[in-house]
Design a protein around this ligand. Structure first.
Ligand code: B1M
Length: 210
């Protein structure tokens, strides 16, 4: 039986090697990759977030925890796939301007790729004009915007507005997500959809593009 609490503790301790060993052991013991991700790694990052907020963890340590998580996501990657075909859907994804968080965005990207979509990951701190240019360059049918900060949520609206102003709104569906984002915010800014996690983002992407 996998001890997910021990896993969260290793993540909070930024013990990359110990954490990766624990993830491999859990897989060998038959734990599901999705459970390791949710109950071990994401739960650990939530504790990191609380410690960051209370001043018990500082940015360099938070970055180390993020790197430790990233290494484990690489181990889990082949096992997190979604077997429903994504039909070669052309997708653009990025974290919006001013925001450097990318772990959640990378998970969304990974789930979409493993569902057969062609994902163009623009990275972090992406301005509206870059999203607009890349929709044209990549002939994208779906644009995915991620934001982790309440202060960068307005950049999502600016991106939607820029897509409208560029005359591309009818060409693409827009999907938004990230911890502070809600369905009502998505409705308010005129996005086509909101997803709370990477798995549902991939499923919704297929529905939106159908
Ligand atoms: Co930042 N940070 N951070 N941080 N950070 C948060 C988000 C925070 C909640 C921590 C806290 O105070 N409790 C807080 C935001 C508060 C707020 O706005 N309400 C915060 C802050 C304040 C900051 C800084 C301002 C701190 C500072 O400098 N004083 C600064 C901002 C930098 C910037 O972006 N300009 C900052 C910096 C950083 C680091 C660089 C150190 C690091 C990021 C490293 C990296 O990403 N490479 C970091 C981290 C790691 C966090 C926490 C601890 C963890 C985030 C994470 O990766 N979670 C975070 C606290 C927390 O979230 N509990 C925090 C795991 C990940 C899998 O979850 O990203 O939510 P998440 O993704 C989920 C869903 O949201 C969803 O799917 C994923 C799960 O399947 N999802 C989508 C995400 N994008 C989606 C898109 C979709 C659909 C679903 O469709 C398109």
């Amino acid at each position: 039986m996998t001890d997910f609490n021990a896993m969260t503790e290793k993540l909070v301790a930024c013990d990359t090697e110990g954490l990766q060993a624990m993830v491999r052991t859990a897989l060998d013991e038959g734990a599901a990759a999705q459970d390791i991700l949710n109950q071990g790694l994401i739960a650990g990052m939530d504790i990191v977030g609380e410690k960051m907020e209370s001043g018990d963890m500082f940015i360099p340590e938070v970055l180390m925890a993020a790197q430790a998580m990233g290494g484990c996501v690489e181990i889990l990657k082949p096992l997190l796939g979604d077997d429903e075909a994504g039909g070669g859907l052309n997708v653009i994804i990025g974290t919006v301007k001013g925001d450097l968080h990318d772990i959640g965005k990378n998970l969304v990207s990974m789930m979409m790729e493993s569902a057969g979509m062609i994902v163009h990951d623009l990275g972090v701190d992406i301005g509206p004009e870059t999203f607009v240019a890349e929709i044209k360059n990549k002939n994208a049918r779906l644009v995915c915007l991620s934001a982790l900060l309440t202060t960068t949520m307005p950049a999502m609206k600016q991106t939607v507005d820029a897509i409208v102003e560029a005359g591309l709104r009818q060409e693409v569906k827009i999907l938004v997500g990230g911890a502070p984002v809600t369905q009502s915010f998505a409705d308010e800014i005129g996005a086509d959809g909101f997803a709370a996690d990477a798995g549902s983002a991939s499923k919704l992407a297929k529905q939106l593009a159908a």
